[in-house]
Design a protein around this ligand. Sequence first.
Ligand code: SF4
Length: 180
Amino acid sequence: MQHPTRIAELISRLARLDAGESWAAELNPAQRAALDYLSRANRFSRSPSHVAAYLGSTRGTVSQTLKALAQKGYVEEQRSESDKRVIRFALTAQGEQVTALPRALTEAAAALPDTAHDTLQAALEQILGRMIAANGGQPFGLCHACKHFTAEGPGGFCRLLAEPLSPEDTNKICHEQVTV
Ligand code: SF4
């Protein structure tokens, strides 16, 4: 088998095995993926359309997924103070708890030698970047690596949204992120 085909097969199988773990928490893989996204996303990136853009899904499908997660007590809906039409979702304590559980995939990656981590991460990021570019998607990169980020105050400052950022915000992913 050619290397690219084998690599694609391995990534796909790893994703399926990882998604299969979600059933242990009585979540289907789509619900688990949405929950994981919300645990990583900053406060500007938690609307149903942001979740849909990240997961490459439709707004309608994601709305159903978020509704099911809310019914199970993993997320809660929040309305923007400035515009009540704007809906965001945040993890509840139960949601935080389930996303903090150790995952077999993370543990398997941690068992690799340190020297393999940088190389593997860089290669996977390149593959992901090409897939996103081919699909016309957004990168959803880390805030501290964004061209709009400036180190100011305890965490930083977003020049695009004119908002102060906490140290925790700077390690979250954002729908507006543009890598420097
Ligand atoms: S600096 Fe960039 S990533 Fe961070 S909040 Fe602003 S737009 Fe989003």
